[in-house]
Design a protein around this ligand. Structure first.
Ligand SMILES: [Cu+2]
Length: 146
């Protein structure tokens, strides 16, 4: 009985985001994760369109991913559906939809991108669109002019 209570309390903590997320992907992408990226098993829980700057691009050896320093996402919803917001951060995006062309992008490019979030299936985040912004675009990112 006591153990049940502890387990319940720990589950509640997890739902509040107290647990750290599991690593998003194995170090080498497997065919299964590629399949998941192109054919998610569940509908998106939310979709966000955000501005940011390209911090890194995927390499064929799978050692680097699409890395974006994104602006604040004030309407970001947590696993429980409540709006928690997400501060600006530099973040790996492992899921990239087949229609997204990364070939014209380079590190440092300002972009506006759209990504879907799925809490119940992989990929956790799936980038579905990237639009390049003018090179002189001022982004609200730390270390850059407001
Ligand atoms: Cu983020």
């Amino acid at each position: 009985m006591k153990n049940n209570l502890i387990a319940t309390a720990m589950m509640a903590l997890c739902m509040l985001g107290a647990c750290s997320e599991k690593p998003a992907a194995p170090s080498t992408p497997s065919p299964a994760s590629t399949a998941a990226a192109t054919n998610p098993a569940t509908p998106a829980d939310a979709t966000y369109t955000v501005r940011g700057r390209i911090d890194g691009l995927p390499t064929p050896d799978g050692k680097s991913y699409l890395h974006i320093h994104h602006e604040d996402i004030p309407d970001f919803k947590g696993r429980d559906g409540k709006v928690t917001g997400m501060n600006e951060m530099s973040m790996d995006f492992l899921g990239i939809a087949p229609g997204v062309d990364l070939s014209q992008l380079k590190v440092g490019d300002p972009i506006e991108f759209t990504f879907e979030v799925r809490w119940k299936s992989d990929p956790r985040s799936l980038v579905t669109k990237i639009v390049k912004l003018p090179p002189d675009t001022k982004l609200r990112l730390s270390g850059e002019g407001k």
